[in-house]
Design a protein around this ligand. Structure first.
Ligand code: AMP
Length: 291
């Protein structure tokens, strides 16, 4: 596996790889890898000749009071994991490589980016769309892999690709979870033992949502209120966003009809946990979908 930090070196390595033919699959990450990231890598490995992973903690998507400086990093461990998984090229640029001069261009999908997590993290999704667009231009992948755990991110990237006619196929991959249901996240390392136990309230709230909808609840506001109550029974958990939305537009709905996304953004201690579940008609009629 080649480890490269400059855009020029990456372009040269990719030109050689592309000359051999076949597709390039791309997995963008912020590092501190876990089994969720590795699921994206294994999909990319199975579907492409050349696999590029990137590790870049993107300052543009962090607000001034967020955890940019303390975001967990371990490049050596990440490198070993990616090499074992058969990645061809790891692109790990520094901020000076990605943004040698202050960026004056912003890519934004404001209608989707100001909803849900975007409502409590202003500017976050513009930072995400801008860096993903730049990374797409650098890597020029045929296929790019994103986790459904960041559901809103996937919807926004797909919209950006569609609106700007980017020649990339966006592949979304189901969320990988711990045995108790908590979605894997690099930020889970921030949780104390007690907080880790409390964090299970997040996937349990999604189970509760699915149960209530299967029982016939169709009022999104009532469902949101019930979920806020459910999460708040855990004293260490503070629900920041609890929303039932149209799964494709992310807009508010008057009645729960197929399909909806239940989006949760919950603070446990100082750690923010993000999770979601799409509830589709087959779930509503009680057949359920295994997690
Ligand atoms: P991050 O490093 O947190 O920016 O995540 C990089 C990519 O991995 C994103 O597309 C995430 O949605 C995806 N990802 C993060 N956690 C998981 C998970 N538990 N299961 C599947 N994909 C994930």
């Amino acid at each position: 596996m080649r480890v490269l930090s400059s855009i020029e070196a990456l372009r040269a390595a990719l030109a050689a790889a592309k000359a051999k033919g076949g597709t390039v699959g791309f997995v963008p990450t912020m590092g501190y890898l876990h089994a969720g990231h590795m699921e994206l890598v294994s999909r990319a490995r199975a579907e492409n000749e050349t696999v590029v992973a990137s590790i870049f903690v993107n300052p543009l998507q962090f607000g001034p009071t967020e955890d940019l400086s303390r975001y967990p990093r371990d490049l050596e461990r990440d490198r070993a994991m990616l090499e074992t998984a058969g990645v061809d090229i790891l692109f790990a640029p520094g901020v000076e490589d990605m943004y040698p001069r202050p960026m004056k261009t912003v890519v934004d999908v404001p209608e989707l980016g100001c909803e849900l997590e975007g409502a409590v993290r202003p500017g976050h999704f513009a930072g995400v769309a801008t860096v993903v667009n730049k990374l797409f231009n650098i890597v020029q992948p045929r296929n790019a892999y994103f986790g459904e755990k960041d559901y809103q991110q996937v919807v926004i990237i797909k919209q950006m690709v569609d609106d700007l006619a980017l020649p990339v196929r966006v592949v979304s991959v189901p969320t990988v979870r711990d045995a108790d249901g908590l979605a894997l996240s690099s930020r889970n390392v921030y949780l104390s033992e007690e907080e880790r136990r409390a964090a299970v309230v997040v996937p349990r709230a999604l189970d509760e949502a699915e149960r209530l909808v299967a029982q016939g609840l169709t009022d999104p506001q009532v469902l949101e209120e019930k979920l806020v109550g459910f999460i708040s029974r855990e004293p260490l958990a503070k629900p920041e966003v609890v929303a039932v939305r149209d799964a494709s537009t992310l807009q508010a709905i008057a009645k729960i009809e197929d399909p909806v996304v239940v989006a949760l953004f919950v603070r446990v201690g100082t750690t923010k946990l993000l999770d979601n579940r799409v509830i589709a008609k087959k779930t509503m009629s009680g057949t359920g979908e295994a997690r």
